[in-house]
Design a protein. Structure first.
Length: 366
């Protein structure tokens, strides 16, 4: 009910913790190891100084007529399939090749269950070692928009944590360990989330015992890192596919006694408006790139989506000339009674607190 929703948001005010990730954490290594020098068969017998983190990429295999259907009226089946395939490919390549994420266990939580061999071929086509990925099918059906998404993510978290990992340490050698560190969920439709952001979220969740969430401009979220030991029940009772999904998820996490840190807000790609905004930002980034200068906030790879955009949106106006505004600049995350503007990261947490306090004030007797 509305009263219960307001109560949960009010409780959030006392539980949500905002702490900006310090710049020195940019160099935080995921899964550092202490090497004892004993090696057999190229595998380093090491003791992990931290538990193994796990990255869980949630993706559906691109299928004509079934993937990104909200794009089909504008792009047709062929154009939509090209965009869906590019998004999945860039996500796999970015996570699979980023040095910052080399030591983390990588899990592909995929649907439909029959697409295992398709994903294995895609990994090979991308030049990635399929053996470095653990493929786990989504349980209870493959509809990622259903009201039971929480159950699917809970099962995925259990399965991912149960996977013994053998991943690469900082010295480039295989390191044995268990996936019992921080666990991070990310989808296929947020190509602007960089590997550095993923590494920071994992390091923060692991070292501070806090959850770390990056909101989406449509009210959902694009990334969620959970600290070691966080129960899978954090996904229970979340209002999925709603204007306040992110706040609902934060409230459920906070109800388990876990502080929640809020990161930057990103667009996810659902419709043609989102896609045009992404196209403009990537083209602007391309034009402003200084040769030899490293942009640490940029994704490891957006080459496939950039190429696909050039094909499906060939006549898109150049950035700054169309009069069409970047969707990230004015997008809002509407919630009951209030709205959260997509602000820079250091203001997002303050806005969440302000909204919760506003709910409290509205509930006071006249």
């Amino acid at each position: 009910t509305e009263g219960n929703a307001n109560t949960s948001q009010a409780a959030l005010a006392a539980s949500v913790v905002w702490n900006r990730v310090k710049s020195e954490e940019k160099s935080a290594e995921v899964g550092e190891t202490i090497n004892h020098g004993a090696e057999e068969g190229g595998v380093s017998k090491s003791i992990c100084s931290v538990p193994r983190d796990v990255i869980i990429l949630v993706a559906k295999f691109p299928t004509r007529g079934k993937s990104k259907t909200r794009l089909m009226p504008a792009l047709g089946e062929d154009g939509t399939l090209a965009i869906a395939r590019a998004l999945v490919s860039d996500a796999l390549y970015s996570v699979g090749t980023a040095p910052e994420l080399k030591a983390a266990t990588k899990v592909l939580l995929f649907a439909p269950e029959s697409s295992r061999s398709d994903f294995q071929r895609l990994l090979q086509d991308l030049g990635l070692d399929a053996a470095t990925w653990v493929l786990i099918p989504i349980q209870q059906g493959d509809d990622l928009r259903s009201s039971d998404l929480g159950g699917k993510l809970a099962f995925g978290l259990k399965d991912a944590r149960a996977v013994p990992s053998a991943s690469f340490g900082g010295d480039g050698k295989m390191v044995a360990g268990l996936s019992r560190g921080a666990a991070l969920f990310i989808g296929m439709d947020a190509p602007e989330v960089s590997p550095l952001q993923i590494a920071q979220a994992l390091a923060t969740a692991r070292s501070r015992g806090s959850a770390y969430i990056c909101p989406a401009t449509d009210g959902g979220y694009t990334l969620l890192a959970l600290p070691p030991g966080a129960p899978d029940t954090v996904f229970s009772g979340v209002r999925w596919s709603a204007d306040d999904t992110c706040l609902s998820q934060m409230s459920q996490i906070a109800s388990k006694g876990i502080p929640v840190l809020v990161g930057p807000t990103y667009d996810d790609i659902d419709d043609i408006h989102d896609l045009r905004g992404l196209s403009q930002r990537l083209r602007r980034q391309q034009l402003s790139c200084v040769p030899g200068e490293l942009n640490e906030s940029a994704p490891a790879s957006t080459s496939r989506i950039f190429s696909a955009l050039a094909t499906v949106l060939p006549n898109d106006d150049p950035p700054g000339e169309s009069g069409q505004k970047d969707s990230r600049l004015e997008a809002t995350v509407p919630v009951k009674h209030t709205s959260l503007v997509a602000l820079p990261a250091f203001l997002t947490g303050a806005c969440v607190m302000a909204m919760a306090l506003l709910v409290i004030s509205r509930k006071r007797p006249e």
